[in-house]
Design a protein around this ligand. Sequence first.
Ligand code: ZN
Length: 338
Amino acid sequence: MKNKVVERVLCRQCILPASFPGITFNDDGICNHCQRYKGEKATIAKQEKYEKKFIKLIESQKNRGDYDVIVAYSGGKDSTYTIDVFVNRYKLKVLTVTFDNTFISPTALSNITKVCGNLGVDNILVKPNPKMLRKIFKTAATRELYSAKTLERASTICTSCISFVKGITLRTALEKKIPFVGYGWSPGQAPVQASVMKTNPAFMKESQQATLQPLQKIAGDALLPFFVTDEQFAREDIFPWNIHPLAFLEYDEKKIVERIQTYGWEKPNDTDPNSSNCTLNAFANQVHRKRYDFHPYVWEIANMVRTGVLTRNEGIEKIEPPENVTMVSYSQKELELE
Ligand SMILES: [Zn+2]
């Protein structure tokens, strides 16, 4: 009997597929990204260097205002652990800000309440007009909004949502003159060399424009309150540092979950394997996979496999199975796409 299953070609070291833009393989089936990787020792040395840099910065930036750091808090495991790290490892005054995209898992919302309560931090919940958000997500599900490069790292729906998160977080940091902006990017999402970085207004403005322009065509000026204004971009003197602590600390998913459970965090059962807060993610992934023939998380997961944070099989489990049908149809129904 002929085997009709076409085996997908994946890098034999990480998990990047042959359909990933710009990928090449050597004779051993190892991708160009793995061939460039310098190994774990180099990563650990860099991690130590960046944590030291951050600790030094804390000395000069701490206790300047009401808060030392603002954290974009989704209620997911990585952002929860990031708050824990800022509070307990670095002893900073933390403000958390949550963007309600109308698809936050009820478990994630309850996690936010419990964790902020148990860690003793303030939270601002930002809930933009749901009609506007759903119009944006619906449009993102039906056509492409962004550049090809953007879509190597995340789906169109996810990118739309994240641009709100970044806008709200930076705007709040500038309004409250908070010196650090903290994100719980996994070590696969943000490289260690970007983990302690002074934000540059010109660069941030350009990066905001890349997503704001297409979004504004869909939603008009109603979304402007959630983005940084030109006047604010002119205030270079108060631009914060971006800190991604999970890139320079040990990252062990199991240990992280055990630790945050002590603050009342629970794993939601209505999200896909790549999210612990968003019920729209499974659908966003499916749209991307159909459109581009690779999983939108594959870059992030491949980085984690390459650096030993996940095993190759754990990585494959996160990107190869088809998206959960119940989760996908929930989003389709909510967005009136059936
Ligand atoms: Zn590879």
